[in-house]
Design a protein around this ligand. Sequence first.
Ligand code: EPZ
Length: 442
Amino acid sequence: MDDVLVVHGGAPLHGEIRVRGAKNLVSKAMVAALLGEAESRLHDVPSIRDVEVVRGLLELHGVRVSEGPAGELVFDPANVERANVDEINVHAGSSRIPILFCGPLLHRIGHAFIPDLGGCRIGDRPIDFHLSALREFGAHVEKSPEGLHLTAPDGLRGSKFTLPYPSVGATEQVLLTAVRAEGVTELRNAAVEPEIIDLICVLQKMGAIISVHTDRVIRIEGVPHLTGYQHRPLPDRLEVASWACAALATHGDVYVRNAQQVDMMTFLNVFRSVGGAFEVDDSHTGSGGIRFWHPGGELSAVALETDVHPGLMTDWQQPLVVALTQARGLSIVHETVYEQRLGFTDALVKMGATIQLYRECLGSTPCRFGQRNFLHSAVISGPSKLHGAELEIPDLRGGFSHFLAALAAEGTSRIHGVDLINRGYEDFEAKLAALGARVEHA
Ligand code: EPZ
């Protein structure tokens, strides 16, 4: 496929699009299907590359995956088996999800091979929390040039851990391992993102016993067997926010079908403070949605800090920054989740935005990066007239923001590396076309 798109900016986006199940739940629910002894059925799965990668890995391990109507995937894990290392390695570097196969594979076949991980280049992205949790459960981890080999000669046993930081992936690792480990696991300082709560719902449907306590404590009673599940995932609130900001940055009006208010309250507050308008449509049974629009007049500068849930999601930051280039005054952004998630702003500066990055913490949320010399705060001075430019997609969310900037800009932009967007945004080009964006292949 042609990897370069030409965007003719300046047209407000108008119309309706629909989001499906959240990428960051769907991929984990697919891994959970490995743990069951019966068929699982996941509804409303988006057709994106992360899903293809996980499907490929499941199939290599003997899980039969079939497609039903309307984005339904069915997993039959009756014959889980060891996969060939070379075949697994075809998926090396393509996603972070393979690390979550450790616990389920150890439970099912006593061995796991994990290829080198990929995912967006937004920081160092170590897996130290994952490995120390797996070792606590009793796993032996051997590093080899091609990846990680794990075994559990004495089985996996529940334990008490405290995460150094409420990592989403490490919390999922513990959940997917503890549900079938012997005894009780108590996880402190756990992440409690809505996608994690939805994964807990999936596991509960399978027969797991998991309780979420106050102060980020999750307690899991291991059970010897799990069955399958049938699940409709929470909608992709990261994608919803991306389209909401597209409406704001282009002076448009976009109805996002299937968007849900409950998991987006922090985003909606910021959207309103900046000057965006929204209306929640939940008057009918069925999917409903949220309409987002620019109500006219000037947008307002704001100060914001990203944080773990219930704070402002790090994945909401990049599209908001594009909208903030159009707000009057000085906006301040403090990124506290990933140390290098402001690199995408270089392209915005090239397009005419005024953005200065700082190593200092410009905010009061406790942060691990202030002392470590990372450019993780930004001051945005607006409003700026953006103009078209030649751009290269750096990562998934940063890349979407480049599109937003190109759509809001005057003139034409050429965007390279567009295929990366297909990792996390289903039918990206078709949705742009449905909203009236003037985009064509080079
Ligand atoms: C998940 O990444 C999401 N990815 C990310 O979305 C999201 O930005 C992130 O959670 C935060 O919400 C998926 O769900 C596939 P973390 P994850 O472990 O699990 C540090 C997108 O675009 N850390 O919560 O990898 C880490 O470096 C993606 O959809 C360690 O130090 O994130 C980071 O600073 C991008 N050691 C912080 O924790 C570890 O072992 C949070 O990472 C693990 C993490």
